[in-house]
Write a protein that binds this ligand. Structure first.
Ligand code: FAD
Length: 404
């Protein structure tokens, strides 16, 4: 049994940033243990579908803190250990392989796991999912050999992976059941722009198509869609969403509902257990609703906030949700939550890929998307949303309305 004052369960992005912040808060040697089923020290995940996947960044550059950081601050990182039981009464974590850890305060940071396809042939080699560094390495290696690839799903991960594969010269088809790319989030104008951009960069789109099967003899050789169309491919990557890794907490009696439920202080229903990052369903005081965010900024900010909570500074987490994405040579950012919007306003030129989109409810700004626009708009977006302000007249002057 190893005893700690603080244990972070999960060695991902939350763990990396929480450890950094705990050190800033005066952490003493031996007080913190991180327990992770992953094989690598906490790393940034965004490069796994961008620079690292493209072969432009190396493994060391993805680390949130280097190995020396943990050593010099006396932080134990237990890698390759999967916890399968939590006992909140004795405050102990039990690993499948027999190790035990005790905590005074626990931070639940188990993140999310990819959803997988249950279809004939789904067990063939060269059908990939992307969550970990090891996944990204495998996809990178396969892409170096493949001539044709299918990307299943046209959300965040699907769009990023398809752009990297196409840039590597792999003939890529993105197929998805919706009528247009990232239908759940993009407006029709935004989808239309990205679809043109992808097709212009050599990606074929198969809209409104569900997968029927994967074919191959041990190795993948084709994907078959419901219409019967058969695409010869040497690899496929499915980006069909993730589910929060909550089983452990649920069986320990911690309240779970689409994530580990917390209040605005990231406190769970069980005393001395906090949750942060992809696994946490927290009370968002800005929008007055429960929210679970699967994005980088949330993991960073909640990781840091949770560290301060562990260190005894009790304050609510108040933050405008944010994410960014890079596809081909485009970078965009998004703030807020479009739910309940009654008006959408565009600035700039959608057809040229230099535009911003502003979602309003009762004339107040609730969300914004900004790509290739002046910094002023980037700076204004989170501010207007946090303060629930209308769009300033100067911004409205050059704006036009569109469909939500
Ligand atoms: C490929 C990829 C690209 C991304 N790109 C972007 C982007 O461009 N922009 C953006 O905003 N967001 C992006 N994200 C999202 C962002 O990376 C995540 O929101 C973030 O990683 C969440 O951090 P986390 O610490 O909550 O979970 P994770 O980083 O997933 O860490 C969870 C950790 O818990 C461990 N674990 C789970 N269960 C157990 C257990 N039972 N026992 C022990 N350990 C356990 C796992 O091994 C892992 O180490 C991307 C995600 C991926 C996968």
């Amino acid at each position: 049994m190893t005893d700690y004052r603080f244990v972070i369960l999960g060695g991902g992005m939350v763990a990396g940033y929480a450890a950094k912040e705990l050190v800033e808060q005066g952490l003493k040697r031996g007080e913190l243990g991180i327990v992770s089923s992953d094989t690598a020290l906490p790393y940034e995940r965004p490069p796994l579908s961008k620079g690292f996947l493209a072969g432009k960044e190396d493994e060391a550059s993805t680390l949130i803190n280097d190995a020396g950081f943990y050593q010099s601050h006396g932080i134990d990182v237990h890698l390759g250990i999967e916890i399968d039981r939590l006992d909140p009464t004795t405050k102990r974590l039990h690993a499948r392989t027999g190790e035990e850890f005790s905590y005074e305060k626990l931070l639940a940071a188990t993140g999310a796991r990819v959803r997988t396809l249950r279809l004939p042939g789904a067990d063939l080699d060269d059908l990939f999912y992307l969550r970990s560094l090891d996944d990204s390495k495998r996809i990178r290696a396969a892409a170096a050999q493949a001539e044709q690839a299918a990307v299943v799903g046209a959300g965040f991960i699907g769009m990023e992976v398809a752009s990297v594969l196409a840039e590597k010269g792999v003939k890529t088809t993105m197929l998805f059941p919706e009528e247009r790319v990232w239908q759940r989030f993009f407006t029709p104008e935004m989808s239309a722009f990205f679809e043109r951009y992808y097709e212009g960069h050599g990606v074929s789109l198969l809209r409104g198509q569900s997968l029927k099967a994967f074919e191959g003899d041990g190795k993948l050789s084709a994907v078959v869609v419901e219409s019967g169309q058969r695409l010869p491919v040497q690899m496929a990557v499915a980006g069909i969403g993730v589910a929060p890794a909550t089983e452990l907490f649920q069986s320990a009696g911690v309240a779970v509902e689409n994530g580990v439920v917390t209040n605005e202080y990231l406190e769970t229903s069980v005393h001395d257990i906090y949750a942060a990052g992809d696994v946490a369903s927290y009370w968002d005081v800005l929008y007055k609703k429960r929210r679970r965010v699967e994005h980088w900024d949330n993991a960073v900010e909640q990781g840091k906030h949770a560290a301060r909570l562990l260190a005894g500074q009790r304050a609510p987490f108040v933050h405008v949700p944010y994410f960014f994405s890079d596809v081909f040579d485009l970078s965009y950012e998004f703030w807020g939550d479009v739910d309940g919007s009654d008006q959408v306003i565009y600035r700039g030129d959608v057809s040229r890929g230099a535009f911003s989109v502003w979602w309003l409810r009762d004339e107040r700004t609730i969300a914004a998307f900004v790509m290739n626009r002046p910094d002023e708009e980037r700076e204004l977006a989170p501010q207007l949303i946090a303060e629930q302000q209308p769009l300033p007249k100067a911004l409205l002057a050059e704006a036009h309305t569109g469909r939500s």
